[in-house]
Design a protein around this ligand. Sequence first.
Ligand SMILES: CCCCCCCC/C=C\CCCCCCCC(=O)N[C@@H](COP(=O)(O)O)[C@H](O)/C=C/CCCCCCCCCCCCC
Length: 216
Amino acid sequence: MAGPQEDQKFCLQEVLDTFKLCLSEKKDVYLEHYVAGWRGLVKFLNSLGSVFGFISKDAVNKINILVTYLHGENGSQYVTVQSMVKYELDNELVDLTKRGSHPESGCRTLLRLHRALRWLELFLERLRTSSEDSKTSVMCSEAYNESLSQHHPWVVRKAAGMAFCVLPGRPAFLEVMNVGPPEQVVAMLGEAVPLISEVYQITEELYAQQNLLDLP
Ligand SMILES: CCCCCCCC/C=C\CCCCCCCC(=O)N[C@@H](COP(=O)(O)O)[C@H](O)/C=C/CCCCCCCCCCCCC
């Protein structure tokens, strides 16, 4: 029987399954599965060591904010990202231009994870198409520089860059995904990347339509 340690083991298949559940038939994004996907990813991050602790802590903090809304008295308004955006905007629950009385709205909290999802998409696509001797640290920082870094101050960029340097090599990295031989991981990434990309695009369009892409 699996003990608590095993229960915490990261499995790429689980994350893939969670992101598959994210989209409804009419392409709304279920918040419950979105945060579950992030929870799975944080499990992976934690397995990489304490140097990633500051990143994991920030991600967990944001996941917990969203979970609190989901399970709160207005939880029914937070079933999908679309319903959350509508509810929070209709009820003026979002700080739109500067931080004020709603510093932790669902919309601004999800935006931070949404930006990180773009990093993930870019990183996983590099991982999928790279050769055995490619450096994960380089793939990770390239993906970061093309996406999330634009939203981070110098000190965060510096700390992130230092953490990337200790990432394991590609073979060890793929092994931690608990899928099987590298070819199977690559095949699964081929399924995961388009899914992540679709969830990202749908959210991006929604936020763009509502002018929410620069929430403070
Ligand atoms: C399929 C498995 C392989 C890949 C597994 C990747 C696992 C990644 C898991 C979690 C990623 C962390 C997501 C981080 C969210 C960051 C949100 C953010 O931008 N927060 C900043 C702004 O927040 P506010 O101050 O406005 O509230 C905050 O300042 C950030 C602080 C922490 C630094 C974030 C650096 C992010 C680097 C990208 C992740 C690198 C992980 C490398 C592992 C491969």
